[in-house]
Design a protein around this ligand. Structure first.
Ligand SMILES: [Zn+2]
Length: 351
C-alpha cells in the first residue's frame, strides 16, 4: 500500500515536499536513480534521522549511520537485507559528528569492513565526546553553568541527562578518508561537491550534485525544525550563530530548484524560501532577546524569558546554550554588552 503513509508528518508548509511515501524503519524507497531514502528511529524527542543510500554497485555508500541502539541495528539489517538487496555497504560517509548521525558509525564500518569519510573536525569531536562521556563532568562544565546563572541542582541534573545519552554514541571509527570543503566525492553515479559549514557543528559537511541539483543537506538546512545553534562549555565564548548565518548565504548561491535532502524531516524543493525562513527565525529571536533584556540578566534568566517551556521541562542546558548563541551574536553586533559580577556571574545588558 504505497499510499498508506500518514500525512500527519506533513504539516502545512510553503515547501514542496517529495511525494515519495515516508519510509518506515527498514524501508528504503528510491528518490532519484541510484539514490534511496532510509528513515531510522531515534530514542529522543526528535524521533528519527534520515540516511541516504547511494548505489555504488556491487554495494552501497551510506550517508550517516544513526545511533547505537538495538532498534537502529535492526532497521539497518532489515534495510540492507531487503530493499538494498543484501549487497552490503561499500563506504560510510558522515555529515557531522553528532550522536544521532554517527553513533552507529563504528559498528557499521567494522562489520562491513569499509572506509569512513568525514571532515577532520567532526571525526575528532566525536572521538573526544566518546572519551569525555566515560568520565564525570569536569570543573569547566560547572564553571560554564555557574557563570551563566545556574545553581548546583542544575549542574547535577545535567550530569544525569548526559550519562543517559552516552550509550547512543558507540565507539567512533578509528580512521577516516578526509572530506575537505570544495572537493568532489563520487557517490551513486554522481559527483558531489563537499560544502563544509559551521554553526550547528564546527565542520559540518553537505554534498551538492551540480548535474542533478540535489543537496544532501545534513542538519545545516532542515525542513521543519531549525538546527540547534548553541554555545557549549568547550568553547564558552564562541559566536556560532555568526557562522550559521554566514552558511545560509553560501547555500543561497545554489539554485532555488535544488532538491534538498535534510537529515530530519522530509525531502523538499524550495531551498531559497527555507533559507530565508531559517534566517528570519534567528533574526526574530535576536529581536525578542534584545527586547527581553530590560535589565542586566544572566544567560539563564534570558533563557527563562525566551524559552519558559523548555526551562520548565528541564531542558535548561540546551535552552541556555541556544540563548548564549544569540546573546553572543548580539554582543558581536555591538547591541549587547556583558559584565562579570563579583561572583564571576556574567550579566548581559543592552548597550
Ligand atoms: Zn541531527
Amino acid at each position: 500500500m504505497p499510499q498508506s503513509t500518514s500525512r500527519t508528518d506533513r504539516p502545512p508548509s510553503p515547501l514542496d515536499f517529495t511525494t515519495v511515501a515516508t519510509p518506515k524503519p527498514g524501508e528504503a524507497p528510491e528518490l532519484a536513480p541510484g539514490l534511496r531514502w532510509g528513515r531510522l528511529p531515534l530514542p529522543f524527542a526528535l524521533n528519527h534521522v534520515n540516511v541516504w543510500l547511494l548505489d555504488d554497485a556491487p554495494g552501497w555508500t551510506a550517508v550517516d549511520a544513526g545511533v547505537e541502539s538495538p532498534e537502529m541495528r535492526a532497521a539497518w539489517d532489515t534495510m540492507l537485507g531487503g530493499p538494498l538487496g543484501g549487497a552490503g555497504l561499500n563506504r560510510l560517509v558522515a555529515t557531522h559528528g553528532h550522536t544521532d548521525h554517527i553513533g552507529l558509525a563504528g559498528h557499521l564500518v567494522e562489520t562491513h569492513d569499509v572506509p569512513f569519510a568525514s571532515t577532520l573536525v567532526e571525526w575528532l569531536w566525536a572521538r573526544l565526546r566518546y572519551a569525555d562521556a566515560r568520565e564525570p563532568p569536569k570543573a569547566h562544565v560547572a564553571r560554564y553553568m555557574a557563570r551563566n546563572g545556574c545553581d548546583e541542582a542544575m549542574v547535577k541534573r545535567f550530569a544525569a541527562d548526559r550519562s543517559g545519552f552516552a550509550p547512543a554514541l558507540g565507539p567512533p571509527p578509528r580512521q577516516i578518508e578526509r572530506l575537505v570543503d570544495g572537493t568532489e566525492i563520487a557517490m551513486g553515479g554522481r559527483r558531489w561537491r563537499t560544502i563544509t559549514a559551521g554553526g550547528h557543528t564546527e565542520e559540518h559537511a553537505s554534498f551538492y550534485s551540480e548535474a542533478d541539483r540535489i543537496l544532501i543537506a545534513g542538519d545545516q538546512v532542515l525542513s521543519h525544525i531549525t538546527p540547534v545553534i548553541g554555545v557549549f562549555p568547550g568553547e564558552p565564548d564562541a559566536d556560532p550563530l555568526a557562522d550559521y548565518l554566514a552558511s545560509l548565504d553560501r547555500f543561497m548561491a545554489l539554485p532555488d530548484d535544488t532538491f534538498v535532502l535534510p537529515s530530519h524531516g522530509l525531502p523538499f524543493h524550495g531551498l531559497h524560501l527555507r533559507l530565508k525562513a531559517l534566517r528570519e527565525h534567528h533574526v526574530q529571536r535576536l529581536d525578542r532577546l534584545h527586547q527581553a533584556l530590560e535589565r542586566p540578566m544572566t544567560a539563564y534568566e534570558a533563557a527563562a524569558a525566551l524559552f519558559p517551556r523548555a526551562i520548565g521541562e528541564g531542558h535548561a542546558f540546551l535552552a541556555i546554550a541556544e540563548t548564549l548563541a544569540h546573546l553572543h551574536r548580539l554582543r558581536g553586533d555591538g547591541t549587547v554588552q556583558v559584565e562579570t559580577d563579583g561572583r564571576g556571574v556574567r550579566l548581559f545588558s543592552r548597550r
